[in-house]
Design a protein around this ligand. Structure first.
Ligand code: RB5
Length: 141
């Protein structure tokens, strides 16, 4: 899977760990930054990752900021992109199964790194179930 990842200064370490984890699992990772702890604006990175998904350059996106919330707000503004903040494995699976989300948002100041990697694995391993959920997802659009 082609996965674009991005973060602000609050998520650099977790984003790095996620990138290495997903690359080790065989995924093609496009790291769109940020790469340092200098303060940056999360919408710039949220837009970059969501834009890559919308453009078909990535199959999925993973975004990290302090809470994940600002990244989700940003990513959901990009036409055709559905993003969700997850702090648990069940939700990470369900946003794919039922909501056909392409972008996972994590809060590095909320969710510990071990759980975050489990959440990422659940997200990447899940697919949209279609059926009755297709109608609902179309209504989001
Ligand atoms: C940055 O301090 C913080 O506001 C940001 O990482 C994020 O939590 C916003 O949603």
């Amino acid at each position: 899977m082609r996965i674009a990842i991005g973060c602000d200064h609050g998520g650099v370490e977790l984003k790095q760990a996620i990138g290495e984890h997903l690359a080790a699992a065989g995924h093609d990772i496009n790291d769109l930054g940020t790469h340092a702890s200098d303060s940056v604006d999360y919408p710039d990175y949220g837009k970059a990752v969501a834009g890559a998904v919308a453009a078909g350059e990535a199959d999925r996106g993973v975004l990290v900021c302090g809470t994940g919330q600002g990244m989700a707000m940003t990513a959901n503004k990009v036409d055709g992109v559905r993003a969700g903040v997850c702090g648990d494995v069940f939700s990470a699976r369900m946003i794919c199964n039922h909501n056909n989300a392409q972008v996972l948002c994590l809060g590095a100041r909320v969710t510990g790194p071990s759980l975050a990697l489990e959440i990422v694995d659940a997200f990447v391993g899940a697919d949209f179930e279609g059926g009755r959920h297709s109608r609902r997802v179309e209504k989001i659009g």
